[in-house]
Structures are given as C-alpha cells and as structure tokens.
Design a protein around this ligand. Sequence first.
Ligand SMILES: [Zn+2]
Length: 302
Amino acid sequence: MRKYLIILLVLISSCNQDSSDWIDRTKHEGLYNLDKSTSFETYCTEENPKNIENTIKNLEQAKSYFDKIFKEDLNFAVLFVDNSNWNKYAFSPPPGMPQAHYQGNMVLGLGNSVMSMRANQGLKQVPDSKLELLKQHFGKELNLDLFYRDALSLHELGHLYQFHKTGKGTQRHWLNEIFGNLCQVAGSKNLNSQDVFNQMDVYQLFLINSNKWGELKFKTLEQFENDYFEILKQGKNYGWYQTQFYLKAKELYATFGDKFVTEFRDFLIEINPDRIGRIDDKELNELMSNKLGNQVVQILEW
Ligand SMILES: [Zn+2]
C-alpha cells in the first residue's frame, strides 16, 4: 500500500513539474515577483506597479475559459515591463507591443507605453468628431494601453496555449496570427464584461475605416511569410496585416463559435512542421479543407 502511495505521489509531482517546467525562468532575472494572482505568475520591473489589476483580472477569466475549451491547466508567467527595460525582456520593440515567448512567458507594457503613446500621437490630426466613439471606449485621454495591454494580452495568451503544444514549430506565421486573433476575440467575448471586446472592435474598425496606413510595401500572405521579421519591424505594415487577420478571426468565431478555437489549435498541432515537415500551399489548402471544411478555407482566402 505504502509503495503504491509513494508511486502515486511521484506521479503527481512529476505531472505538476511537467506543466510548470516549460516556463523559461531566466527571463525573470531582475524582476519583482508580484504574486498578484493564484492562477498564474506575475513579474514586474516595478515593485508596486499601478493599473495592472484589470489586466490581471481579465487574464484570470480568460485563462479559465481557455483551460476549459483546451482541457488544460496552463501555467504561465506575465511580465509587466516598463519602457526603459523593454529590450532586456522582449524580443521586439517598440515598448508596449505585447509578445509571447515560446516558453511560457508573455511580455506586456507598463504605465503609458511607447506603443500606445505613438498610436495616440497618430490620432492628433484626426478631427474630434471622428474620435467621439473612441473616446467613449478609451476615455477622454484615449488610453490606448487598454487595447495594447488588456485586449492584446488575450491574443498572447492564445499563443502560449499554442506554443505549449507546438514548441517553435510553425507551418505558417499567418496561421499563427489568425489563431492569436481568434483567441483574442473568443477570450474577450467570454469575459464577464464586454468592455475589452468593444474596445478592440471599435479601435480595429477605426483603423480599418480611417485607412491611415499610407503606402504599404507588403500586402500578400507570401510576403508575410517571407518577410515576417522585416514586416514586424515596420510596425505600421504589421498592424495592417493584424487588422485583416482580426476581421477573418471575428467572422470565423461568429460562424463556428468556441469549438472552432479548439479545432483550429488541433489543426496547428497536426500541421506542425516538426511532425510533418514543411508543406506547400496546395497541400496546406487540401489539409485545411479536409480537417476544417471548405467554408473555413473560403473565409481565410486572401
Ligand atoms: Zn500574434
């Protein structure tokens, strides 16, 4: 009996280790451990940061939704990083552009991030009458960190649920980003309040309708794959792609609902190049139509 008990305990502790061990803790060096949530780990460049409670609350609700649909209890860490320390913890500027590392960490901005201040600056030439709706959702001062930190943290959380299963294996960057946007839409729709969804929707539609992108160098999916890091560096062009992915993700979620989020993640796991190798567009389309259906292929058509 005792032997069984010991074996059971060993099994339980090794399971626990499995789920928590994927977090790369070298990324936490020099950060304060905030201990702000019992659902996940929180770290910060400041000891007593302000205005992160709402982000944490949203992430807790989103985690319980994702855990339910993906049948997981994902352990992850959220790093709140101020502008001056950004490059030490994130892999891409500008400060405040949320991102997820492959091994269990997401990095979010803190305070007024450079990302949101730049975006805010870009709105200065827009006539007041056109900013009405944005001000209703982001306040008079147009606090766009509510989008870049709160709303997009759900997108990054989606990536973590993906990376936990796929590692670095990526068949297509654009499919990853459709999935990130899908998680962003589904996650926000399943929060207790619709504020985050409304903010992301109003802001993304504003960006699309005001068409302030100017000349864009890259517009195709091939370019998104081949010049991914170049596009990421050119924030504007990357932002344009994201608004297109957002529209498609919103349509997919409205059409197929929660179960599709799970199916899409399963699909990303199945087509992981570490498992099946790199496939061409024709093979990918065939797989997509077999596994997800023709309607999905149509919606995703570029
Ligand atoms: Zn993404």
